[in-house]
Write a protein that binds this ligand. Structure first.
Ligand SMILES: *Cc1c(COP(=O)(O)O)cnc(C)c1O
Length: 368
C-alpha cells in the first residue's frame, strides 16, 4: 500500500530554526502573557496583514467569540451556513441568533442579495466567510451594511495573505478574524487573531483575552476569558512567517497542476479567482456534477479513499444542519448552499505535495 495522502499536511520549520527562536525563554522565563516573542509576532503580523490593529489569540475560534462579545451585539446575525462549525458556534455562544443566507454558485461566498432579503429590525451584524480564501463581494456587503447600519465582520480564517484590488483582505469591514491553526495556510500550531482599524475595539479584545483585566489600572473591566497565545506558539509563527512566500508559491504550483488535469474532466467544476485577487492557494475544492460526471461526490470520495487518498467533504453538512442544532434553524432557504455542500470535495493540497501525487489523484478522478 502506498503512503496515505491526507487533505493537508502542516508545514514545519527546521528543528534548529525553532530551537533558535525559543532559546531566549531559558533566560527570561517568560512563557506566556504577551511576552517578547508574542509581541514581536503581533507586530510582524500587523504589518503583513496591513491593518491598524492585530490582536493575537489562542485560536481563531476564541478570536471570533471575543470579537462578537467586544462589539456588544444583540439580536440576529446574518451569516453563511457553508462554513466550519466555529462560525455558527461563535454566534450562538454569544447569545446571538444566526440567520442563514444563501451562497453564490461561482465562489461559494455569501450572496449579498440573499443577505439583504433577511434584514429585519432585529439584525445587528453580517458575518460572511472568505471561504477557501475566496473573496466575498466586499463592496456590495459594505454597501448593505452602511445602508442598514449593521456591523460587518469577516471570518477570514481561510484568507491569510489574500488581497483584493491591492488591499489586504483584513482591511475590509469593521473587523476580521484569522485562524492560525496547524491546517491553515499560515500557522502557529493553534492560534488566531482579530484585525481591525478600531483601536478601542482592539484594546477591549486585549483586555478580554486576559480575563478582562485592564493593564493600566489592574481593574477587571470586561467579563473576559483566557484567550492568550503562548510564547511557544508565537515562536512557531515567527518561524513560519519567514517561509510564507515560499509555501504559497509551492501551493500555487500544485493548484496549477490540478487545473491542468481537471479542466478536461467532464462534470468536475473548479473555481478560478479573478485577476483582482491575490490568492493564498489554501484549499482546492472541486464540485462534482453528478449527472455529467456519472458518479456522486460520496462515490468519488470513497474511490479515492480506497486508494489511500483522504479528500474531505468541506463543508458538509451545512452548519445549520449540525446535530447539536436539531431543528433550531429552518432547513430550507439556502438551495445553492445545499447543492454545493452535497457536491463539494476538498482535494489534498499542501506545499510539498508532489506532482506525482497530484497526477495520481487526478488519474483516479478522470478514471485513467
Ligand atoms: C479553522 C476555522 C475557524 C476556527 O479557527 P481555529 O483556529 O481552529 O479555532 C473558524 N472559521 C473557519 C471558517 C475555519 O475554517
Amino acid at each position: 500500500m502506498r503512503e496515505k495522502i491526507y487533505v493537508t499536511k502542516p508545514f514545519l520549520p527546521s528543528k534548529e530554526e525553532y530551537m533558535e527562536q525559543i532559546s531566549s525563554m531559558w533566560e527570561n522565563h517568560m512563557l506566556t502573557n504577551a511576552g517578547n516573542i508574542h509581541n514581536e509576532l503581533e507586530l510582524k503580523l500587523r504589518e503583513y496583514l496591513g491593518t491598524e490593529e492585530c490582536v493575537l489569540s489562542v485560536n481563531g475560534h476564541m478570536a471570533l467569540e471575543m470579537l462578537l462579545q467586544a462589539m456588544k451585539l444583540k439580536g440576529e446575525v446574518i451569516t453563511t451556513p457553508f462554513t466550519f462549525a466555529s462560525t455558527t458556534h461563535a454566534i450562538v455562544r454569544n447569545g446571538l441568533i444566526p440567520v442563514f443566507a444563501d451562497i453564490n454558485e461561482e465562489d461559494y461566498t455569501i450572496d449579498p442579495e440573499s443577505v439583504e432579503k433577511l434584514i429585519t429590525d432585529r439584525t445587528c451584524a453580517i458575518l460572511p466567510v472568505h471561504v477557501y480564501g475566496n473573496v466575498c463581494n466586499v463592496e456590495r456587503l459594505q454597501h448593505i451594511a452602511d445602508k442598514y447600519h449593521l456591523k460587518l465582520i469577516y471570518d477570514a480564517a481561510h484568507a491569510f495573505g489574500v488581497a483584493y484590488r491591492g488591499r489586504p483582505i483584513g482591511c475590509y469591514g469593521d473587523a476580521s478574524v484569522f485562524s492560525f491553526h496547524a491546517t491553515k495556510a499560515f500557522h502557529t500550531v493553534e492560534g488566531g487573531a482579530v484585525v481591525t482599524k478600531d483601536h478601542i475595539l482592539g484594546d477591549t479584545i486585549r483586555h478580554m483575552r486576559n480575563f478582562g483585566i485592564c493593564q493600566d489600572n489592574g481593574e477587571c473591566m470586561e467579563i473576559g476569558t483566557n484567550g492568550k497565545m503562548s510564547e511557544f506558539h508565537a515562536a512557531m509563527g515567527l518561524c513560519n512567517l519567514k517561509h510564507i512566500n515560499e509555501i504559497t508559491e509551492k501551493r500555487k504550483l500544485v493548484v496549477e497542476r490540478y487545473y491542468s488535469h481537471l479542466d478536461k474532466v467532464k462534470g468536475i467544476r473548479t473555481h478560478k479567482a479573478d485577476m483582482q485577487i491575490q490568492q493564498n492557494y489554501a484549499y482546492f475544492p472541486i464540485i462534482i456534477e453528478r449527472e455529467k460526471y456519472g458518479e456522486c461526490r460520496d462515490e468519488l470520495c470513497q474511490r479515492l479513499q480506497d486508494e489511500g487518498i483522504f479528500a474531505r467533504k468541506y463543508f458538509y453538512p451545512l452548519t445549520k444542519k449540525l446535530a447539536c442544532y436539531g431543528n433550531d434553524f429552518s432547513r430550507d432557504g439556502t438551495p445553492v448552499a445545499d447543492y454545493i455542500s452535497a457536491s463539494v470535495l476538498a482535494l489534498p493540497l499542501y506545499a510539498d505535495l508532489s506532482f506525482q501525487d497530484v497526477d495520481r489523484i487526478c488519474n483516479i478522478i478522470s478514471r485513467k
